[in-house]
Each structure stands twice: as C-alpha cells, then as structure tokens.
Design a protein around this ligand. Sequence first.
Ligand SMILES: [Zn+2]
Length: 130
Amino acid sequence: MPSRSQRPPGDRKARALAVQLLARNQPLLRGALVEMARTCGKEGCRCQQGHKHVSLYLATRHEGKRSLIYIPKALAPRVREAVQATQQLEAWIDDLAAEELQLLLQDKQQGARGKARDAPPQRATRTPRH
Ligand SMILES: [Zn+2]
C-alpha cells in the first residue's frame, strides 16, 4: 500500500490548499449565482428603454427546497467569494477522490497478481455513516 509521501504531487497540493481554505474560516455557500434583468414598471424609468435593472440571486437549496435568494448589492462580493470557495473545494475533493480511486484500482490489481490471488473475494460490508 502506498504511503502518503508516494501519493501524486497533485493530491498533496489539493489537500494542502483545501486545508488552508478551511483553516482560515473561509465562508462557504453552495449554489449558483444568477443575474436577472427586469423592468420595474415605473413610468419614465430607464429600464423601459432597455437599461434593465440587474439583480443578483443565489440559486440554492434552503430547508430542503430549491430557492432563489435575492442578494443585495452590498452583500454580492461576500456571496461570490463564498460560492467560488465552495466550488473550488468541491473541485479539490473531486480530484482527491479520483486519485484515490486510481490508487485503489492499482492496489487491487497488484493484490490480484500477488499473494491474494487464491483468496476468496472479500464480502462487501458497509461501514456505518457518521
Ligand atoms: Zn425601472
């Protein structure tokens, strides 16, 4: 079984960056930012001439339901950062999981060529979720 130091460099880098991000208490928000342009209906407003009002929304799940949450301009930078940080973290987790799967498949193959050849397949057991 490969030790941690034999893991691919990308793996160690992703892990270190993810830890850094979490360690500095980076706010995290899951969802997608959506900009919507609309007209307000006020007579003579510039939105009537095509300069629509652009508002930012966070498309996310809230209390188990999909929701679109209006984000006031003043809060937009904070929300953008939190959404981007979550996407980055998820990308790193995807990379780490993909690399671990690669290692698992390699180890499994090496095991099959080695002494484990005659061993019966291990019965699949589910570990309890925590
Ligand atoms: Zn308007």
